[in-house]
Design a protein around this ligand. Structure first.
Ligand SMILES: [Zn+2]
Length: 446
């Protein structure tokens, strides 16, 4: 159904303040406890309670029969590549990709050129993003130039609108610096988002270290490269009382570390990306560079542990780690290809096809992991359809199927590990602050 979609940019209603209603959809909103066929009313960019019968008569109506009505997804980990890498993605193309994927809020990593490591850079992204169709939340760097040596001005970054701090795909190697970052960030209630990878253990690695790497003759990245840093970072969070978020966790041991830390009351949260919930290192036999991601695809046992952790709430969120790469950066030898996968436009259908439809995750839990929880961790509005919340929501058609075709992506980059895969269900409408930012009028159904 995706190729038929188009961005309308129009409003559901003709006037800003006009009353609108989404009728007869299956509303799933854990924040307000709704899981029922019903109506969703909104006006002036906000969800409202049902108005009086008299007033309701004049409302503009969207028919949602047969559709799920969900709070817009909030994606905690994306690379929108602007400024500096506009050949891969821009704030505009990334936002269009988000809207097509049902994502109404995206947090973007600071690994731009220049890095988002000072207040003017954060303000630049916020100002540029004011004109795009979804909410964009900048994540600022923990250290200047993400070089791991000198802390950024965390207070100024918070004032400028940073929602979290991270050195993106670089681990803060010096524990004394991470300790101070956790202490300062705590004063502003900002989470530190950690990519856990000890570079001395992963150096030169191309895929998960295991029997498949041995067979393929590719140098491996051992699980322990992630786990030692996850353990260290959790201990520092426990020691400082700061907020730590482990992003794209990939191993069973890391899931266990997060689970036991939560039981001790450590302020730690975690996310997982869809490729790690679905694919394993065995698939690398094809040497397909689109399967090269960081952290690498792990084993079947790791996938099972990640799914279990997601289902029981140990893992709080699903985040795409949307990492656009150009054709040249992927169509090269496996050793040379850059890691990363574009993920915004496939995230929800992958989770639906692989986890919800088979009964491993309920819709209620999926909405928690993809909207309510990430919104709460980042401290943004959204993640709720309660009265007074922003009118950020999506309509999802659960019955159709579509084949992933990178040529139809809104993203500037088509580097998906899911190309050619048949997925179930698709987003038919995305609404941000009461505005329709994506609509797929003619969903194919099979
Ligand atoms: Zn990333």
């Amino acid at each position: 159904m995706r190729p038929d979609g188009r961005v309308t940019g129009g409003r559901v209603t003709s006037g800003d303040a006009e009353l609108s209603v989404v009728r007869n959809g299956h509303i799933v909103d854990p924040a307000s406890g709704r899981d029922e066929i019903g109506d969703l009313w909104f006006r002036d960019g906000r969800i409202i309670d049902r108005p009086s019968d008299d007033e309701a008569k004049g409302a503009s109506v969207v028919d949602a029969a047969g559709r799920l009505v969900l709070p817009g997804l909030v994606d905690m980990h994306t690379h929108l590549c602007e400024p500096g890498y506009e050949y891969r993605e821009t704030l505009e193309s990334g936002a269009a990709a988000a809207a097509a994927g049902g994502v109404t809020g995206v947090a973007c990593m600071p690994d731009t050129e220049p890095d988002l490591d000072d207040a003017p850079a954060v303000r630049f992204v916020r100002e540029r993003a004011a004109g795009v169709p979804v909410h964009v939340y900048p994540i600022a760097a923990v250290t200047a130039g993400r070089a791991g040596e000198r802390l950024t001005e965390i207070g100024e970054l918070a004032d400028a609108g940073a929602v979290a701090l991270s050195d993106a795909e670089r681990t803060v190697r010096n524990p004394a610096i991470l300790r101070r970052a956790l202490e300062y960030a705590r004063m502003f209630d900002l989470p530190i988002i950690a990519h856990c990878e000890d570079p001395s253990l992963s150096a030169g690695g191309l895929m998960h270290e295991g029997s498949h790497a041995t067979r393929l003759g590719l140098k491996g990245i051992p699980s322990i490269a992630e786990e030692t840093i996850a353990a260290r970072d959790i201990m520092l969070a426990e020691w400082t009382g700061g907020r730590l978020h482990l992003t794209h966790v990939s191993t069973a041991v890391t899931v266990g570390l997060v689970r036991s830390a939560k039981q001790r009351g450590v302020r730690v949260t975690a996310d997982v990306s869809p490729p790690h919930l679905v694919l394993t290192d065995e698939a690398l036999s094809s040497y397909d560079t689109h399967l090269k991601v960081n952290p690498p695809l792990r084993t079947r046992a790791d996938v099972e542990a990640l799914r279990e952790g997601l289902a029981d709430g140990t893992i709080d969120a699903v985040a795409s780690d949307h990492t656009p790469r150009s054709v040249d950066e992927k169509n090269t030898e496996f050793q040379e290809a850059l890691p990363g996968a574009a993920g915004l436009e496939t995230m929800l259908s992958v989770v639906y096809t692989e986890l919800i439809a088979p009964g491993l995750l309920t819709w209620n839990d999926a909405v928690r992991r993809m909207s309510t929880a990430p919104s709460g961790i980042l401290g943004t509005e959204g993640g709720s359809l309660a009265s007074g919340s922003p009118a950020d929501f999506i309509l999802f058609h659960p019955d159709g199927t579509w084949t992933v075709d990178p040529a139809s992506f809104r993203s500037r980059s088509g580097n998906t590990p899911f190309a050619g895969r048949v997925l179930k269900g698709g987003v038919t409408m995305t609404v941000v602050a009461g505005r329709v930012v994506y609509r797929c009028d003619d969903p194919e159904s099979s």
